[in-house]
Ligand binder design. Structure first.
Ligand code: NDP
Ligand code: OAA
Length: 434
């Protein structure tokens, strides 16, 4: 009996799910919770169907028949085709790791509301946690249930990336160990690198072949590099390290200095690593379409105060707030995804940490480096060609490049490139560590 194998947390979730009778008649719902493999290796997949009136009849579909260890009502699958969802797009699967963490707590609700992928895009959320967070993940799933999001068609929680990443079209990799007091950057690179090596392998094995991967967990550039190296069957171009928060921070500071609202600031690139060596580019940035240096006639402020303010913004916020940026990070993940699924406005661009092979800027190949990108809105992107450089910008970019090359040597054991040599030029900080 499957029921006998289930943990108390399972029962709690299933009970709760049955309370979904408030769901409108239009919203036939189908949710799954995949729990860790029990000791005997049998996987439990539970789906919970909920409806109030005129519900489509539950049917034993092929999928249901193959569910194996399902029990009673959890084996039922509703026929979504029979539902009033014909004007909706095909459901997409989105995995989120660190789903019980602070950033996810903001992000998941934005994803489920339609704010990210649009009001006609139903989604399935696949939440990846760990033994320590499984119960918290159930709490997250309960809050998602209680929010009655029409577009949220499935929620699946699990701790095995090979289950959770099955067929995902987007993987938002947020979970990572925070750097604790006294921990060297090399130690963080190794611990988190192992998480991302494992997740890269899992994506390679079971995700959609064109999955787009957004790495948020720090140190995100090198984590993204490790992840893509462990996923050779997925195009390296599909991996991103989140530097959009840095871009947003830079836009805010430029707007403040110029006395304009921040929607007037465009063409802001963050170059390099998501660390204190990152380079917010004021040379190519524009305010009201005019080069920033013509609007803010204060090179010393731009080179020193502005640059350091952006580089250190995360740390200053932690000192005030007592925890790292979570809401604004979630907003920036939304921005980063939307920049890939909607066409970039004419003449503008966005920053993302992407694979350097084929870049037109002379940046060393085989790194994940933040650069200016443009998208047609098809999930893909291209490098921006019309950017200019001066000595200051090149010098700063080289410093961030050197840091990422050193980080790469430090994780060679995780990228299949031999023995790691960890000789970091200086123990640089994450933006939140300063
Ligand atoms: N790129 C960017 O711009 C930014 C990146 N970040 C980074 O995003 C990540 C997540 O931040 P946030 O959501 O605030 O963090 P939280 O601490 O709230 O959540 C992090 C999650 O990471 C998971 N985790 C994975 N491995 C470990 C481990 N060994 N020890 C502890 N937790 C682990 C935990 O989930 P579980 O137990 O389920 O695995 C935890 O819920 C961090 O790495 C942070 O530095 C933050 C802000 C900006
Ligand atoms: O260091 C952290 O965890 C937070 C971070 O990346 C940021 O605020 O940019």
């Amino acid at each position: 009996m499957v029921v006998a194998e289930l943990s108390p947390s399972y029962n709690k979730t299933s009970l709760h799910s049955s309370q979904l009778s408030f769901f409108s008649s239009r919203l036939s719902d189908h949710r799954r919770i995949s729990l860790p493999r029990p000791q005997n290796g049998r996987r439990v997949v539970c789906s919970v169907a909920s409806n109030q009136v005129q519900a489509p009849s539950p049917v034993q579909t092929e999928e249901a028949k193959t569910k194996g260890d399902c029990y009673g009502v959890f084996c039922l699958t509703y026929d979504l085709e029979a539902d009033e969802t014909k004007s909706w797009k095909k459901l997409i699967n989105i995995a989120v790791s660190g789903a019980a963490g602070m950033i996810s707590n903001h992000l998941l609700f934005k994803l489920a509301s339609g704010e990210v992928f649009g009001p006609d895009q139903p989604i399935a959320l696949k939440l990846l946690g760990s033994e320590r967070s499984l119960q918290a993940l159930e709490g997250v799933a309960m809050e998602l249930e209680d929010s009655l999001f029409p577009l949220l068609r499935e929620v699946n929680i699990g701790i095995d990336p090979y289950d959770v990443f099955q067929d995902v079209e987007w993987a938002l990799l947020i979970g990572a160990k925070p750097r604790g007091p006294g921990m060297e950057r090399a130690g963080l690179l190794d611990i988190n690198g192992q998480i991302f090596a494992e997740q890269g392998k899992a994506l390679n094995a079971v995700a959609s072949r064109n999955v787009k991967v957004m790495v948020v967990g720090n140190p995100c550039n090198t984590n993204a590099l490790i992840c893509l190296k462990n996923a050779p069957n997925i195009p390296a171009k599909n991996f991103h390290a989140l530097t959009r928060l840095d871009e947003n921070r830079a836009k805010c500071q430029l707007a403040l200095k110029a006395g304009v609202f921040y929607d007037k600031v465009s063409n802001v690139t963050i170059w390099g690593n998501h660390s204190t060596t990152q380079v917010p580019d004021f040379l190519n940035a524009r305010i009201n379409g005019i080069p920033v240096k013509e609007v803010i006639n204060d090179t010393k402020w731009l080179e020193e105060e502005f640059t350091e303010m952006v580089q250190n913004r995360g740390g200053v916020l932690i000192k005030k707030w007592g925890r790292s940026s979570a809401a604004s990070t979630a907003v920036s993940i939304v921005d980063a995804i939307r920049s890939l699924v909607t066409p970039t406005p004419e003449g503008d661009w966005f920053s993302s940490g992407v694979y350097t092979n084929g870049n037109p800027y002379g940046i060393a190949e085989d790194l994940v480096f933040s650069m200016p990108c443009r998208s047609k809105g098809d999930g893909d992107y291209e490098f921006v060609k019309d950017v200019i450089f001066d000595d200051y910008l090149l010098r700063r970019i080289s410093k961030s490049e050197a840091e990422l090359l050193a980080e790469k040597r430090c994780v060679a054991h995780l990228t299949g490139e031999g023995i790691a040599v960890c000789d970091l030029p200086e123990d640089t900080m994450l933006p939140g560590e300063v």
